[in-house]
Design a protein around this ligand. Structure first.
Ligand code: ADP
Ligand code: MG
Length: 267
């Protein structure tokens, strides 16, 4: 359980999060939704104690930071660092292995399992700088799987990757939830949120709404969050069947009007 009480966060004099109070239950699969600059990343960084909060509290209950795996936005990671995929992913086991110089056979096995889960076995000895965006994101997931944390915080895990990679990683997320993990992910694709995330936090500096996704992603709430263009059409079962069977099959991308299409007005 993560209990957030009256959280206020500022950058210098600018407020980034105002009076956020909510509880995230164990085992829940939660999407964080909101326009650019809404404070979504700030919320995850606050939970990770990476930034100083001005007031309020974040209570992790029986858990501590070592039980949380955090996947930052890919853009915040140095892709040029001279390190192989294996070395990068191995860091996920650090909490278990730091007292030993070498990986035990058991850890080697877990590492191979994590790479296999995201189809990266063939890339194991590549430099991370040589990976495509989708491969890089799969590598981040492998490191997270090796960490085997109880809570997963994912910041835009599906940004700038193709539909097939999204589907593969969504399967990994679903398996993590079946293992009892709590997953909290910043997601831009509202059709994906509606289909796969039972709970949603809608954030626009303030908490606009939280709870069951279907109750949160209403037109009124979305407009209140600052989304200006909004058209609501039927959402087809674009991902449904493929998800069980997705690793080798490209997904059909829905026509733009088939999904909720929502953009923040830029001017
Ligand atoms: P989101 O992830 O929802 O796009 P962020 O949490 O990154 O939003 O940012 C929330 C607000 O705080 C934005 O207005 C952003 O410009 C500002 N901000 C984020 N990080 C910093 C920082 N390190 N210094 C100053 N302002 C920041
Ligand atoms: Mg962000």
């Amino acid at each position: 359980m993560i209990k957030i009480n009256n959280l206020n966060v500022y950058y210098q004099n600018d407020i980034a999060l105002s009076n956020i109070s909510t509880t995230l239950d164990d085992g829940d699969l939660v999407a964080i939704v909101g326009p650019n600059g809404a404070g979504k990343s700030t919320l995850l960084k606050s939970i990770m104690q990476q930034i100083t909060i001005k007031s309020g509290s974040i209570d992790l209950g029986d858990l501590s930071l070592k039980h949380i795996a955090y996947l930052p936005q890919s853009s915040q990671i140095d892709h040029t660092f001279p390190i192989t995929v294996t070395e990068f992913v191995s860091a996920g086991a650090w909490q278990r292995t730091r007292f030993w110089r070498a990986f035990s056979r058991q850890e080697q096995r877990l590492l191979q399992q994590a790479l296999a889960k995201v189809n990266l076995v063939d890339m194991a000895e590549r430099q991370i700088s040589q990976l495509s965006g989708g491969q890089f994101q799969r590598m981040l997931f492998a490191r997270m799987l090796l960490q085997d944390a109880k809570i997963l915080l994912l910041d835009e895990p599906f940004s700038a990757i193709d539909a097939q990679t999204t589907a593969l990683l969504m399967t990994v997320i679903n398996e993590c939830q079946q293992q009892g993990k709590t997953i909290i992910a910043v997601i831009h694709d509202l059709a994906l949120v509606q289909r796969y995330f039972p709970s949603t936090l809608l954030v626009a500096t303030e908490l606009i709404a939280s709870g069951k996704t279907k109750d949160v992603l209403t037109q009124v709430n979305l407009v209140n969050a600052g989304y200006q263009h909004f058209s609501h059409c039927a959402i087809h079962n674009v991902f449904s069947n493929e998800l069980n069977n997705l690793s080798n099959k490209p997904l059909n991308i829905p026509a733009k009007n088939d999904i909720i299409n929502i953009e923040k007005q830029t001017s």
